[in-house]
Design a binder for this molecule. Structure first.
Ligand code: HEC
Length: 140
């Protein structure tokens, strides 16, 4: 029997790609949770679209860099692409956004089912599926 036949849904590689150039992005807000500091990044084009009440462009990544003891612990990434929502059934879709959990070396956390990411972020449908949408909107 192969473990691959079990019904649990571990993290699947999906269309999200590991972001390697945070320097090209804007650090638009910071959220602190106890010992965890979260730096949020996205592109200038996405921030401008949000400020103007428009859809962010396809190819946009929004990154949550989770830092602990001044080291990067993990990266949560949401990325949008044309038609990407079609990879999921309608009930678990977050528009055309897909989500992924990366370790700092670029590997994915295979214990995570990214349906969990989508199911929580779904509550933010009216704000581009983002929790820090208002911070992004106000960022100058
Ligand atoms: C139970 C709800 C919940 C789940 C599950 C969840 N998130 Fe989030 N996410 C949040 C909240 C709330 C924030 C705002 C930051 C904060 O409060 O820490 C956030 C912020 C983010 C951000 C920054 C953009 C934004 O929406 O503000 C990204 C990127 C992100 N999450 C990706 C992920 C990924 C990838 C997963 C799955 C591995 C995931 N999230 C799972 C609630 C959730």
């Amino acid at each position: 029997m192969s473990l691959a036949l079990t019904t649990a849904a571990p993290a699947e590689p999906n269309r999200v790609t590991f972001p390697d150039a945070l320097d090209d992005l804007e650090h638009y807000t910071t959220v602190r949770r106890g010992d965890v500091t979260e730096f949020m990044y996205t592109s200038r084009e996405a921030l401008e679209a949000i400020r103007n009440g428009q859809e962010v462009p396809d190819g946009t990544q929004v990154i949550l860099q989770d830092r602990r003891d001044d080291e990067v612990y993990r990266l949560f990434v949401m990325e949008k692409g044309a038609g990407w929502g079609d990879d999921y059934d309608e009930a678990s879709r977050t528009g055309d956004w897909q989500f992924q959990w990366y370790w700092p070396d670029g590997s994915i956390n295979t214990d995570e089912d990214t349906a969990r990411c989508r199911s929580c972020h779904m509550a933010r449908e009216d704000r581009g599926f983002m929790y820090t949408f208002n911070d992004a909107r106000r960022f100058e």
